[in-house]
Design a protein around this ligand. Structure first.
Ligand code: NDP
Length: 449
């Protein structure tokens, strides 16, 4: 197996995030390949690691000063064995093909786990929406989508949001697509509920994360009730994770952005969360403004020379990293274990580095990888696609029930796949195996293409 990874590193130089995601899956599925020689014979994992298509393009737009700006746009169409490519768009200065390949690769397994017919893809741009006016964001989105439109379609590839892409950006991109194609089709998910969007899509990733955590706790005869929870991020996933923790009687005490974090020992209540939502979604402010409003909280500004993130060095029962990849290093993981954290649920994609995962698993922490525990977002996107095909709407209650059932099924499938291959209660191994087998069998059935 090490040759496969070495080959990936040689063929994709300078893309450490992609190598990291590949290594996790290659290690986890080894027993499946040993037991089922057909997957080696058909070179399934090698094929999964080579994108079906990568599109890279120039995005030119004009800023408010009349100056021309140039960004790069991408779409990685990784695997379409079980359905149209599906995965979000990320607008962040750190975006480059290596990040998108890691995310698109993860998406293959995540989408398979939902049980819905969706392949894996991811895209985005190195455009930074932070500090841009609405008009600038609109002009960027329009120019980005003028090119993107020719590569996607409601039966081909259906993008959604991710970091830096929320309701505002989806609206501008959908409008551009409609104008260019003269068609009103469900070519993007995360749309507004008045124009083809699904109720509960906004909440789905964060809510699904906590439903999954609740399943993990119930598996150990426990619950979210009274659990002190650490959350990183203050965007879409973090906000709705905090909300669902509150619904389930837990106590969220932290939130963060890329500048620093707040710690509210008295707990973030629904009223305080509403303040965060307004601050981040409408005012586009910074999390440090929370302490001006609530004196019960303290703010910690990030420092460049910090070896660990003090957010993860607070006494708690559960931790939910919901910001970005590789935000939890080994020292952070050691701090969590030392402080009594018993459950880590990944809301972000790949927030724990490999050593951190190894450390928490060695210390019997219940750990769920993002591809399982944050799958509620894409699952609800799949439900949105279904509604668009039908030309109909489901109620909030219907969508929420489907979401709960999907998260429960993913939980059970992870456990049973892990147990079958001798790794009881290892959600990381179970998620990779379960997702892999579904896509691998479809690829074999569809021949050598
Ligand atoms: P948002 O853009 O809504 O929020 C992202 C949050 O993370 C912000 O608080 C942001 O702070 C912080 N953040 C982003 N980049 C960094 C960084 N490099 N260092 C520190 N903090 C950072 O994104 P989402 O909530 O949608 O996404 C968060 C994570 O969840 C991502 O990993 C995404 O891939 C994953 N995810 C999202 C899904 C969805 O449905 N939205 C579905 C599945 C996974 P700041 O404002 O300062 O940038």
């Amino acid at each position: 197996m090490s040759e496969i990874l070495e080959n990936i590193k040689d063929r994709n130089p300078g893309e450490p995030e992609f190598h990291q995601a590949a290594e996790e899956v290659i290690d986890a599925i080894k027993p499946v390949l040993d037991k089922n020689p057909k997957y080696r014979k058909h070179k399934i994992i090698e094929r999964m690691l080579e994108p079906e298509r990568v599109v890279s393009f120039r995005v030119t737009w004009m800023d408010d000063n009349g100056e021309i700006q140039i960004n790069r746009g991408y779409r990685v169409q990784m695997n379409s064995a079980i359905g149209p490519y599906k995965g979000g768009l990320r607008f962040h200065p750190s975006v480059y093909p290596g990040i998108l390949k890691f995310l698109a690769f993860e998406q293959i397994f995540k989408n398979a786990l939902t049980g819905l017919p969706m392949g894996g893809g991811k895209g985005g741009s190195d455009f930074n929406p932070k500090g841009k006016s609405d008009a600038e964001v609109m002009r960027f989105c329009q120019n980005f989508f003028i090119e993107m439109t020719r590569h996607i379609g409601h039966r081909v590839d259906v993008p959604a949001g991710d970091i830096g892409v929320g309701a505002r950006e989806i609206g501008y991109m959908f409008g551009t697509h409609k104008r260019l194609t003269n068609e009103f089709t469900g070519v993007l998910t995360g749309k507004g509920v008045g124009w083809g969007g699904s109720l509960m899509r906004t909440e789905a990733t964060g809510y699904g994360l906590i439903y999954f955590a609740q399943n993990m706790l119930e598996h150990k005869d426990d619950s979210m009730e009274d659990k002190v929870c650490l959350i990183s991020g203050s965007g879409n996933v973090a906000q709705h994770a905090i909300e669902k923790i509150l619904h389930m009687g837990g106590k969220p005490v932290t939130a963060s952005d890329s500048s620093g974090y707040i710690y509210d020992e008295e707990g973030i209540t629904q009223e305080k969360l509403d303040f965060i939502k307004d601050l981040k979604n409408n005012k586009r402010g910074r999390i440090k403004e929370y302490v001006d409003e609530y004196s019960s909280a303290e703010y910690h500004e990030n420092k460049d020379d910090e070896e660990f993130n003090p957010l993860w060095d607070i006494k708690a029962d559960c931790a939910f990293p919901c910001a970005t990849q590789n935000e939890v290093n080994l020292k952070d993981a050691e701090n969590m274990v030392k402080n009594g954290v018993k459950l880590i649920g990944e809301g972000a994609n790949m927030p724990l580095i490999k050593d951190a995962i190894d450390h928490v698993l060695e210390n019997d922490v219940l750990y769920s990888p993002g591809k399982a525990s944050n799958a509620g977002g894409v699952a609800t996107s799949g439900i949105e696609m279904m509604q668009n095909y039908l030309g109909s709407y489901f109620t909030s209650e219907e969508v929420d029930n489907r979401l709960k059932n999907i998260m429960k099924d993913i939980h059970e499938n992870c456990l049973s796949a892990a147990e079958e291959y001798g790794h009881k209660d290892n959600y990381m191994i179970g998620a990779n195996i379960s997702g892999f087998i579904k896509v691998a069998d479809a690829m074999i059935a569809q021949g050598v293409i």
